[in-house]
Design a protein around this ligand. Structure first.
Ligand code: ZN
Length: 388
């Protein structure tokens, strides 16, 4: 019997921007709000089953819910030598359940808890399940399908009555070697861009929400080419996989802001959940980049008193490109640059190819109209300077 081995590998993310690491789907319409984030691994069989499950949940939601209902799917992933464990946390309005996958890379198949946990531990888990009113006659069948996620401990999940109960086991013996591959924080020290701001010039700010994604690299390269900067409002659950890219972006002088951890509709959350969304995101950004965010862009642009009283500067926008809807470069360019005025904040999303493609033309047009492009903190600084 082998205890879990906590070997930490320095995982180098070379070339990781060539593949979409996390798929993000965000939809907002009159009927409902949807945000789905799930990882793309190197393993087709695993990706296919996750995609199938996500499609089923998505279609089911679209068919049954239409009264400003909210579907949110978040993920956790843990990679071991030879194994990948993924958890999907599925929330439908205020109810939730989890699905988990434990994939054996070498054998290209899925393992259940019986395959990896020794018999004594299974016995202990079964006893606890009976205490949770799981019918003893269905126990063997139940345990084969039991959702579990291994971090430092074994976490098992009981999906019941619209909520999930998590049971934590810290002293489990495993039948297999579980060497955690840890994508460890590499904190850069980046330079602060001290740009001289002339209050007599005209300024606008470009902002990007919902990323990072496979398209973010192209955007930061385009910004660099034009020697300008933007502000990226990012999701906390994407910070770790995209840490290299975020450090590069900061090094180029761009600013990171908080756009919640997993894009839940903030005004629907209680105080604890709301604080958690903000704090967890700030912590992830600080841990993986060394940068402390002070700006918050609330999800779906919705603000209530609880959101206002978070200790963050709320940043909305004045120009909505609706680039998520108009996946057409010239439409996006025209919406971003038509009728621009001093102090405008332009909203875009760095999760669409057409948005990334539009950035070059947008910057050229903004410069042609004699505006300077700045970050949100710079825009705030200009306001301050003008009010002195
Ligand atoms: Zn958003």
């Amino acid at each position: 019997m082998k205890r879990i081995l906590m070997t930490i590998f320095l995982f180098l993310c070379i070339g990781c921007t060539n593949k979409e690491l996390i798929t993000t789907i965000i939809e907002e319409n009159d009927n409902n709000l949807i945000c789905i984030n799930y990882p793309n691994t190197d393993y087709k069989k695993l990706n296919d089953i996750i995609k199938l499950d996500i499609d089923n949940i998505y279609n089911d939601f679209k068919n049954k819910y239409n009264n400003k209902d909210e579907l949110n799917i978040d993920y956790k992933i843990n990679e071991f030598d030879g194994f990948i464990n993924i958890l999907l946390d599925i929330s439908l309005n205020s109810s939730n359940y989890v699905k988990t996958y434990f994939f054996d890379i070498n054998n290209n198949n899925f393992l259940n808890i019986n395959d990896i946990v020794d018999n004594n531990s299974i016995y202990q888990i079964k006893n606890n399940l009976v205490k949770e009113n799981i019918n003893i006659h269905y126990l063997d069948n139940y345990i084969n399908k039991l959702p579990f996620f291994i971090d430092n401990d074994l976490n098992i999940y009981i999906n019941s009555n619209n909520k999930t109960i998590r049971k934590n086991y810290s002293n489990i013996d495993y039948k297999i070697d579980l060497n955690i591959k840890n994508n460890y924080a590499k904190v850069n020290s980046y330079k602060i861009n001290n740009k001289v701001l002339d209050i007599n010039k005209k300024y606008v700010a470009l902002t990007f929400d919902d990323g990072p994604s496979i398209y973010t690299k192209e955007i930061i390269d385009t910004l660099k080419k034009h020697e300008v900067n933007a502000t990226f409002f990012i999701l906390g659950n994407k910070v770790k996989p995209y840490q290299e890219l975020l450090n590069e972006s900061l090094n180029n002088g761009n600013i990171l802001g908080n756009h919640s951890y997993n894009h839940k509709w903030l005004i629907k959350l209680n105080e604890d959940e709301l604080n958690n969304q903000i704090i967890k995101t700030n912590e992830e950004i600080k841990l993986y980049t060394g940068f402390t965010p002070t700006l918050l862009r609330p999800t779906y642009g919705s603000v209530n008193n609880k959101v206002k009283h978070l200790n963050m500067d709320i940043v909305l926008w004045t120009v909505d490109t609706m680039d998520w809807k108009y996946r057409n470069v010239s439409t996006i360019v025209s919406r971003a640059t038509k009728n621009l005025k001093d102090g405008d904040i332009i909203l875009m999303h760095d999760i669409y190819k057409t948005s990334a493609l539009a950035v070059d033309k947008i910057i050229t047009e903004i410069k042609k109209q004699s505006f300077e492009l700045v970050t949100i903190p710079e825009l705030k600084e200009i306001e301050k300077l003008r009010n002195v």
